[in-house]
Design a protein around this ligand. Structure first.
Ligand code: F6P
Length: 346
């Protein structure tokens, strides 16, 4: 049976979203289905939202493009009265039979509610934070880690030339995956993540120890959501929330506060780099392209097979299909044994 499949991208953008959109659309066309592009995440499925037919030409040439041709937003219908019912009404009005939402926990929690309400829905995992449960792959994470790694390579040479401490703040709201992987790949001397709080005292002794060993520069990677008790007040006073009530962690300024206090306590010349949205921009890595493609194609095959409430993920290096509820059950945090790896290089 020919069906009309709706695609949307929700939450923060991530490199690889267009690869996934292309994969969903191309496989759908190949199987004889039609595709509608919902613009700006779930906002596109509310009254006044924009939904347009996607044709083969619309998804041509987008594989290497960052961002998302559909636009995105953090609009969450679950936070609105009758939000899910409205979404389903709007989708049906546009003749859409099934949805493929591509996103992180917020976007996929709406996907799960849509399925519960009887609308056929199959998700695709995306978040540069890499903190969805169960899946080994989220679109955008690999590219973000690449950006951090390159930044650390560049910062090493200038840090070493000036004998400075470099504080590098990276994204990671509740978890330290980007900080940990980027930090390990880029040879950071200290990595501070939300899962394992350090004190300012720990950081300062680390820096003195390195100097004592004749190492005249240090690179510290700190995740934007990390907790350093002595800096909490300073960082919290800078925080602002966005229109959706999320604290804007880049404005919390943990990297800035840390660099200031480190210099004050040690007199070591210190500089801060906030990588911010550089980690989310630009062209996706081959890994992000390949897995966005595999999971996007699989999502359409699941729709064609009549499945709903599920999501294709990567487990043990292969595509597996699990319930949507499993990937949003909890925030996946960096385990202690993985964090212990960083201690070898401190
Ligand atoms: O959720 C992904 C993420 O990149 C977080 O790591 C970060 O805190 C947040 O998005 C920033 O989002 P924005 O500035 O786009 O609102």
């Amino acid at each position: 049976m020919r069906v009309r499949i709706g695609i949307l991208t929700g939450g923060g953008d991530a490199p690889g979203l267009n690869a996934a959109i292309r994969a969903v659309a191309r496989r759908a066309f190949q199987l004889g289905h039609s595709v509608s592009g919902v613009q700006n995440g779930w906002a596109g499925c509310l009254e006044g939202g924009v939904i347009e037919e996607l044709r083969p030409a619309d998804v041509r040439g987008i594989l290497p493009l960052g961002g998302t041709i559909l636009g995105t937003s953090r609009t969450n219908p679950l936070k609105m009265k009758d939000g899910v019912a409205t979404v389903i009404r709007v989708l049906r009005r546009h003749g859409i039979d099934a949805m493929v939402p591509i996103g992180g926990d917020d976007t996929l929690s709406v996907a799960s509610a849509l399925h519960e309400a009887g609308f056929q829905t199959v998700g695709v995992p995306k978040t540069i934070d890499n903190d969805l449960s169960v899946t080994e792959f989220c679109i955008g994470f690999d590219t973000a880690v690449g950006v951090v790694t390159e930044a650390l390579d560049r910062l090493h040479t200038t840090a070493s030339a000036h004998h400075r401490v470099m504080v590098v703040e990276v994204m990671g709201r509740d978890t330290g995956w980007v900080a940990l992987f980027g930090g390990v790949a880029g040879g950071a001397d200290l990595i501070i993540i939300p899962e394992f709080p350090l004190t300012l005292g720990d950081v300062v002794s680390h820096l003195y120890r390195r100097r004592g060993e004749g190492k005249l520069f240090s690179i510290i990677v700190v995740a934007e959501g990390a907790h350093i008790p002595e800096l909490e007040q300073e960082a919290a006073s800078q925080a602002e929330t966005d229109a959706f009530g999320h604290v804007q962690l880049a404005k919390r300024g943990i990297g800035d506060a840390l660099a200031r206090r480190v210099e004050l306590e040690t007199s070591f010349e210190t500089r801060v780099t906030v990588l911010g949205h550089l980690q989310r921009g630009g062209s996706p890595t081959p890994t992000d392209r390949i897995w966005a493609t595999r999971l996007g194609v699989h999502a359409v095959e699941l729709i064609a097979a009549g499945k709903s409430g599920v999501i294709p993920i990567r487990r043990n290096g292969e595509v597996e299909v699990v319930p949507l509820a499993d990937v949003i059950r909890e925030t996946r945090r960096v385990p202690e044994d993985l964090y212990a790896l960083t201690r070898v290089f401190e």
